[in-house]
Design a protein around this ligand. Sequence first.
Ligand SMILES: *Cc1c(COP(=O)(O)O)cnc(C)c1O
Length: 359
Amino acid sequence: MTQTYNFSAGPAMLPTQVLQKIQQELIEYENSKASVMEISHRGVDFMEAAQKSEKDLRDLLKIPSNYKVLFLQGGASAQFSMVPINLLRGKSKASYANTGHWSVKAIAEGMRYCEVNVCTDSSENKFTDIQDFKNWNIEPGSAYLHYTPNETIAGLEFDYIPDVDIPLVADMSSTILSREIDVSKYGVIYAGAQKNIGPAGLTIVIVREDLIGNVVSGQPKLFDYSTQANNESMFNTPATFPWYVAGRVFEWLKEQGGLSAIQKINQTKAQTLYKAIDTSDFYSNPVSIKYRSWMNVPFLLADDSLNGLFLERAKEVDLLALKGHRSVGGMRASIYNAMPQEGVDALVNFMNDFEKDFG
Ligand SMILES: *Cc1c(COP(=O)(O)O)cnc(C)c1O
């Protein structure tokens, strides 16, 4: 296979070194005489992999010891329900920031369990900007504040952590591990794996221990954080293969120098691409500069009728999956951790050439 760069928003590209390592050990995992997909999750080989992956994740994110890390299924979408089920704790109201497509989904599900107070709403500016935090209307008595640090579709990302005295809940699906964060500011962090962690099928939840237990009654036992927290995420069969791959990704991240190193690389990648967009009259990005995403970069061509040709030519030079989300149009380049600077450089070169030929 020639060198390709895959800009898919998710499931997204994995580091080539990780894919090679998985290939090497696919038929026989460690000394287990079987593939990692074929062994018991309770056997010593998988248990070791599970424990090591948790330890590496804790090291990478500097997760304090009073937080549990859960390796679940159901995607980020299942957390839209599990968050209210576990965090309402007798209250009838929760505050949600609406900054994009995924916020909207979380809000819709939250409304099935409680009164949702939308404390800020970016829909008025088509999710291109975020209202100043001091003007948010977080209602007293809210059980928690839910927000989406990076909105994957519009490419809108917070450059700060909201400071609140109620549990802060973050859907970090498309930004987790892209930069350093202070986990202690959060009550719950959750993320579907398929953007910046590993294959689809795994969801990581980082939850402060005092928020575990005391769930809304009559809900599935599997949706109670304590069920999995008390069983090392093995109350039922976990997604063993994605979990194992995630472990290999965490090892790779450590080899890259951890999150402080990856953060610098990500910032440079994003700057490279936004600079190319901003210095051209042909490409544009509508997001407020302060809140531009480092991970998902949507951009429009001055002439919409060239979208098809752009995608076709890009594919010819092995730049894949650049089609924008239908709600935004144009293009979107997702540049998660696995995307090297060379991939962004190749995209920028292609964009410049395309503009010369057709702009
Ligand atoms: C992709 C994505 C989701 C949906 O994740 P699933 O794992 O498919 O449920 C939710 N939130 C954000 C921010 C996402 O990027």
